[in-house]
Design a protein around this ligand. Structure first.
Ligand SMILES: [Mg+2]
Length: 252
């Protein structure tokens, strides 16, 4: 019987999904700039794309899963001076301010963008070391994913980490779901590891789990926000997270 269970977020906790997205988004911006012949963004290019991306996600019922063709047209408006809000509204209603990008061309851009986004992300620092330590100490490690189970299994396989996980669990990260997992492993201590305070840490704590935050490495280390403080422990990387868990009492 496992005494210590670790429920582990995948994107930006185990592997660097953020870098893959960043590259794909910057390439998308370059494509749109080239077509419009507008190149006025020397700095903050990624930030620019993400403002339009977030404006679309905020307005679309599929949130960040909105059809990416909207981002193509949103960025085109943005490069011509439209605010994220206005550009997102125009993209959502199918209102296009220019014919510079035809629908077939936009679809081609989207195909390349989606291909770039699907590249296999690299492992984050300390992940292999941490997983080996977890195995040596007999921790039961489960990977959590919100609805991309096949893709995540494939990334595990490509990195040769099949040995490291008891299984991959598809969950929505709500208090209810974490509570269900807490009950499933009732005789063990259960710790959630993740990079997002609102998605990983807070619901896990509310469900009676411990929660270790590994802050996104793109955030400066000195910028400790209030929401970090709720985490049971803030780790410097994945192996630090596992090392901390191995020092916890085996059962609560
Ligand atoms: Mg994550």
């Amino acid at each position: 019987m496992m005494q210590q269970v670790v429920l582990c977020d995948a994107d930006n906790t185990l592997w660097d999904t953020d870098s893959v997205y960043a590259k794909a988004q910057e390439a998308l911006l370059s494509r749109v700039e080239a077509i419009l012949d507008i190149r006025n963004l020397a700095h903050g290019r990624l930030d620019f794309v993400r403002r339009y991306d977030q404006a679309l996600a905020a307005k679309h019922h599929l949130h960040f899963r909105y059809p990416p063709i909207m981002l193509v047209f949103g960025l085109a408006d943005g490069l011509r001076g439209g605010s994220p809000d206005v550009a997102a509204r125009a993209a959502l209603t199918g209102h296009r301010n220019s014919d510079a990008i035809s629908i077939p061309l936009a679809e081609q851009i989207v195909a390349d963008y989606v291909g770039a986004r699907d590249k296999t992300p690299g492992l984050l620092p300390g992940v292999e070391e941490g997983l080996k330590l977890a195995q040596r100490r007999g921790l039961g490690v489960y990977m959590l994913t919100e609805g991309r189970i096949e893709k995540q299994r494939k990334i595990i396989e490509i990195h040769g980490l099949g040995w490291a996980f008891e299984s991959v669990l598809e969950v929505t990260k709500t208090v209810t779901q974490f509570r269900r997992l807490r009950e499933r492993f009732a005789s063990a201590s259960v710790t959630v590891i993740g990079d997002q305070p609102d998605r990983d840490i807070e619901p896990a704590l509310s469900a009676g789990c411990s929660a270790v935050l590994i802050p996104s490495r793109f955030r400066p280390a000195w910028h400790i926000s209030d929401s970090w403080e709720s985490a049971t422990y803030v780790a410097s990387d994945f192996s630090d997270a596992i090392a901390w868990i191995t020092k916890m009492p085996a059962a609560i």
